[in-house]
Ligand binder design. Structure first.
Ligand code: DC
Length: 241
């Protein structure tokens, strides 16, 4: 049975996860959120050591951590750590603040990459992240790099804050986005790279629906209709242990 891997990379705030999720849903593929895996490990480590103090050591209990992800029919992607649902907890700002310590760690990256590759063997997937096309799946069937201008990403983030009822300074948000890009591009392992063979999509002037259509077109163009028909297997509600 032919299975396909669609690797989607790009900086934070380009709509990778919401566009990939919707495209996966409409095409009957599974969506895997690799950022949520890094967030989950950070959550687990912070549960045990609230301060972390910029230090982290990869231990046996992390090597044996059970992380599962479930992609539901409504497009929701749930993440579980040792059977506990952490989908909401991992969006907390403390996670975002501390995640760099773990996502820069080579052992953590190796652990996550092994997990992501194992999940991909279960069926056809759309997976998003920073190094999916470059490191995790250099031979992915389809590679897409989603981008958007700093201004657009700032406005999108501001909208999210407003919806959460938070009043945040626009310049601070913009500065944070620029800093995060710097970190993502310059980390020692798994840095954000635009692969030469990835299709570049600038979502700055696209609505979410337009970006989804664009992603679907790219996938359909690259993968033959027969293949994409064949990959419509067990698309929903599948948990990946
Ligand atoms: O996509 P996100 O914001 O949920 O990602 C959270 C963090 O994890 C972000 O700082 C980048 C990092 N990440 C990574 O290093 N490699 C990936 N494949 C995905 C995310």
């Amino acid at each position: 049975m032919k299975r396909i891997i669609v690797a989607v990379d790009g900086p934070a705030g380009t709509g990778k996860s919401s566009v990939s999720r919707q495209a996966a849903l409409e095409m009957g593929l599974r969506y895997i959120d690799s950022g949520a895996v890094y967030r989950s490990i950070t959550w687990y480590v912070l549960q045990r050591d609230k301060k972390m103090n910029g230090e982290f050591r990869f231990t046996n209990d992390i090597a044996e951590l059970t992380i599962e992800q479930e992609f539901l029919r409504d497009g929701c992607c749930k993440t579980f750590v040792n059977k506990i649902e952490v989908s909401d907890f991992i969006r907390d700002e403390t996670i975002t603040k501390n995640i760099g310590i773990l996502s820069d760690n080579r052992d953590v990256r190796d652990f996550v990459n092994r997990l992501l590759r194992r999940w991909s063997r279960e069926g056809s997937v759309i997976m998003d992240g920073r190094d999916i096309a470059s490191v995790v799946f250099p031979h992915a069937d389809v590679k897409i790099y989603l981008d958007a201008s700093i201004e657009t990403r700032t406005q999108r983030r501001m909208k999210e804050y407003r919806e959460m009822g938070k009043n945040v300074d626009e310049n601070v948000v913009k500065k944070e986005i620029i800093q995060r890009d710097e970190q993502d591009r310059n980390r020692p392992f798994g840095a954000l790279i635009r692969s030469d063979d990835a299709v570049y999509v600038d979502t700055s002037l696209l609505s979410r629906e337009e970006a989804v259509e664009r992603m679907k077109e790219i996938i359909q163009r690259t993968v033959s209709p027969i293949d994409s028909g064949l990959c419509r297997m067990r698309p929903y509600g599948q948990r990946y242990p």
